[in-house]
Design a protein around this ligand. Sequence first.
Ligand SMILES: [Zn+2]
Length: 207
Amino acid sequence: MFTLRVHWTIAPAIAPRPLIHCNRCGGVGSYRCSEKFRINANGKRIDAWLIYRCVDCDNSWNFAILERQARRDIEPALLTALECNDPALARRFAFDAAALRNRAGRVEEFADVTVDKALLDGEPGHASALRLELRLEGATALRLDRLLAGELGLSRSRLRALEDRRRLTVEPDGARTLRKPVRDGVAIHIDLAGEADRCAILSAACR
Ligand SMILES: [Zn+2]
């Protein structure tokens, strides 16, 4: 029995948004990342923030990146990237949902992702099992079963039935993993021997 091994790189499309009391709107508002940094140099100490704006009124909120950090302790490349609003750096901080939650309390996460598929081993026409290795480029609220259903063209009830028969397994294993948000480093193994639409599923996995 041959296994088709495919690597999926999953990139969230919308950065998490802190839910903050907006004093201009007078209620809790959703703040989106502006992808701009603000830097304040006070003598030899540097503060840096990533700026967020209320989606309704544009009021700003500062996500602290550096707090009164000695200039000599900051990598020059990081300082340059902050000063020129480097989009890759802004994205790295903006998708760190855990750090954002520490600062803001509540955070709204989104389920929109793009999936980049790379075939590692095997041929779709000559395999009867599928092994998917997932790499996540940032936090997403997308559930694993919804990701698999959408990308493989299978219903979620069929995925659950495969899981019940232990023909679908997830590593590392956990309770109700299929119903939880996709995690970085997860691998999914699906035994498709005897499934009539095996070829369609296998080619969807790498296309
Ligand atoms: Zn507002």
